[in-house]
Every structure is written in structure tokens, then in C-alpha cells.
Design a protein around this ligand. Structure first.
Ligand code: TYD
Length: 222
């Protein structure tokens, strides 16, 4: 397993930070607040997301996140997420790491492990093997898992207009409770990499918590 410190180089350059969690947990709001915080510290920041992040990825994204809930077989879905991830690493994530930037990525590998693996029933180890083989085994330096009761999260997504990006939201409360349970399983397994943030707090408190953990990683705390 490698992280961005030694990805294709032994030199520590940029940092790769991912945001994970269920639907409507406030990832984009927090990514924007963290960007503001980091820019004040004169740090170079790149914001990106999955599925997407590249021109091709953004194009294919709409076929993954809209339409009927049974559009894709789970294995096909996992392969597509991996193919897009490889492009994303090649074209955006790795160049930004090599350029010494802080990458803030909305969803990444853990979403595949939870949605297609723990909940979609694809063997978790197979998905890690796929990642290690085709996505360079690139793991985030830090993952911020925004933990929120799915009832609250889903309620929020109903009120937002996301160009019909609601294929996963349509899967119901039981499904989304399993997604949350899945993220908690990963959090317990990888407590060094994954930090759990209570996303039921106010956005200011959530942001302060996130700033603290990111500052620890980047050595910005006094
Ligand atoms: P997104 O629209 O970013 O959801 P949200 O707005 O809640 O953050 O993500 C699209 C959906 O794609 C989301 O429901 C989770 C799903 N997904 C997977 O199933 N596997 C993956 O590997 C990724 C990256 C996303």
C-alpha cells in the first residue's frame, strides 16, 4: 500500500485528502470551507470529485449518477469507477501531488469499497486488489468521514436540485443506513487514515474540526 508521499517518488510533495460519507452529509460545503482556510495559509489547493474530476470522467459521471437504480450491474459499476479513477490519477491527482498541491477530493476509493463492496456484496479484497493493480495503490493521506444519520442526509438531498443526480438517493433509507454502517466499518479498520467527523454539528464546528485535523497533517497547528 502506498500513499501520496511515495507515489512514484520518494519525495514528500503534495497531500491527498478525501471526503467520504453518505448522501447529503455536507461534503461540498466543507470542501469549500477548507479551501478558504488553506488559501489563507498560502497553500496551493486543487478541488476535485469522483465520479468525475477529468473531462472524460465528468462526461461519464452523468450515466452513473442518474437514471434507473438498476441501470448497472454492480461489477460493471465497480469497473467503471476504477477506470475513471485511473484516468483521474493520471491526469489530475498525480500531477497535482507532484506539484506540491493539497488535493481535496469529494469521494474516492472508500466509496467503492462501501457502495460496491460492503453494500453491493463484491468481495472487499477483490476491490482492494483492483485498486492496487490498476489505480497504482494510491491511498489518501487523510480521509475525512462525515458521519450523519441518513434520515437527515436524504432529507437534505430531496431539497437540492442536482441535475437528476439521484440514482443512489432513490435506493431508500435501509440502503443508506447500510452505507453509513459500511463507512463505520472502514473507519474502525483504518483509524490512522480515516478521521470521523460528527456532521450533525453546525457547519462552523464541523469546519473547525476539519481544519484541526488537516492542520495536524500539514503541520500547520501551533
Ligand atoms: P455524489 O453525487 O458526489 O453524491 P453526494 O452528492 O451524496 O456526494 O456521488 C455520486 C454517487 O456515486 C454517490 O451516491 C456514491 C456513488 N459512488 C459509488 O457508488 N462508488 C464510487 O466509487 C463513487 C466514487 C461514488
Amino acid at each position: 500500500m502506498i500513499n501520496s508521499y511515495n507515489y512514484k517518488s520518494n519525495k514528500k510533495k503534495g497531500f491527498f485528502i478525501t471526503f467520504e460519507g453518505g448522501e447529503g452529509v455536507g461534503k461540498s460545503t466543507q470542501i469549500n470551507l477548507l479551501e478558504k482556510f488553506l488559501l489563507k495559509k498560502k497553500v496551493k489547493v486543487t478541488i476535485t470529485r469522483e465520479p468525475g474530476g477529468t473531462k472524460e470522467g465528468e462526461y461519464i459521471r452523468k450515466y452513473l449518477v442518474s437514471g434507473n437504480k438498476n441501470t448497472w450491474d454492480t461489477y460493471s459499476e465497480a469497473l467503471i469507477f476504477n477506470a475513471l479513477r485511473r484516468e483521474h490519477i493520471n491526469k489530475l491527482i498525480n500531477p497535482a501531488i507532484q506539484n506540491g498541491e493539497i488535493i481535496l477530493c469529494d469521494r474516492y476509493l472508500d466509496s467503492t469499497i462501501v457502495y460496491q463492496g460492503l453494500v453491493g456484496k463484491i468481495d472487499e479484497q477483490k476491490l482492494f486488489n483492483l485498486h492496487d493493480t490498476y489505480c497504482y495503490g494510491l491511498y489518501p493521506d487523510l480521509t475525512l468521514f462525515l458521519d450523519l444519520n441518513p434520515m437527515i442526509g436524504l432529507d437534505r438531498t430531496i431539497n437540492r436540485n442536482d441535475n437528476n443526480e439521484n440514482r443512489f438517493e432513490k435506493l431508500g433509507l435501509d440502503y443508506h443506513q447500510k452505507i453509513l454502517d459500511g463507512f463505520n466499518i472502514l473507519y474502525k479498520k483504518y483509524p490512522k487514515r480515516i478521521v470521523k467527523i460528527d456532521a450533525s454539528e453546525s457547519k462552523e464546528i464541523i469546519s473547525d474540526n476539519i481544519n484541526y485535523h488537516v492542520s495536524e497533517l500539514l503541520d500547520l497547528n501551533d
